[in-house]
Design a protein around this ligand. Structure first.
Ligand code: MG
Ligand code: MG
Length: 256
């Protein structure tokens, strides 16, 4: 992926806009979460997301992104699909599935980026534990998003949280700065060494996104050139928030 690596510090006025972008993005994700029921198609979830985006006059930076151009506004990845699944009107949710929905929102020129994994009806204890570990890892990382820390502190917290519980993290896909571009600097991997990397400063805005696998860190991309699956077919999960570094506590941008 050809990311712009520059780090852009945001002004208080820009952070206000990004907070609003994040609020809208949270509404979009909530609309998809309300539809996680057997029989609903992944295209239905994308349509619901697009309806909310449109109601705010916003759009998703995912649509048309990359090569081949991503054809939808959200990525939807089920069970062994880790990230970047393409919505499809033939793909119906089934009882027990775990569904990762990732969405971006562009509002007044700024991007919000966030994802969750949710269950369809009753899910297995294995799936439930995976969701708890992945979301827990996200918040372990967020807690390190403080001025004076380094990106390696965030990465290491996520890695420690996940691997100490016997789960795996992909090395292929990472967290990233977010702002006027969906992908800015710094890159924030889900593994690393405390005290290394880029110094966190107030005004930095970063998407933190642990991608966790039950059985392996290895992934492969399906022939559709987008969908990333676990190499062993094991379950996977993905949680993401966009966060601003402040003088004090980390500011979650992508919540209601
Ligand atoms: Mg995302
Ligand atoms: Mg992201």
């Amino acid at each position: 992926m050809n990311w712009a690596r520059q780090i852009h510090l945001k002004s208080p006025a820009e952070l206000k806009i990004m907070r609003e972008a994040g609020r809208i993005n949270a509404s979009v994700l909530a609309a998809t979460k309300a539809l996680l029921q057997p029989g609903v198609t992944t295209a239905d979830l994308n349509a619901a997301a697009e309806e909310v985006l449109k109601s705010y006059g916003c759009f998703s930076p995912f649509k048309g992104y990359g090569r081949p151009p991503f054809p939808a506004s959200v990525t939807i990845s089920i069970n062994d699909e880790l990230v970047h699944g393409i919505p499809n009107k033939k793909r119906k949710l089934k009882e027990g599935d775990i569904v990762s929905v990732d969405c971006g929102t562009v509002y007044e020129g700024f991007v919000a980026d966030s994802a969750y994994t949710g269950g369809v009806g009753d899910i297995s204890p294995e799936a439930k534990a995976l969701l708890e570990v992945t979301e827990g890892a996200l918040y372990a990382g967020i807690d390190k998003m403080r001025a004076g820390n380094k990106t390696g502190d965030v990465s290491a917290a996520i890695q420690q949280y996940v691997e100490s519980r016997g789960y795996y993290l992909t090395r292929e896909y990472t967290g990233h700065g977010v702002g006027r571009e969906m992908h800015e600097g710094p890159q924030v991997p889900n593994y690393g060494t405390p005290g290394t990397g880029i110094l966190l400063r107030p005004g930095m805005t970063i998407a933190i996104e642990p991608m966790v696998l039950v059985g392996t860190e290895e992934t492969r991309v399906l022939p559709d050139q987008w969908t990333v699956v676990s190499a062993d077919g094991s379950l996977t999960a993905h949680f993401e928030h966009s966060i601003a570094v402040t003088e004090g506590d980390p500011l979650l941008l992508t919540v209601l």
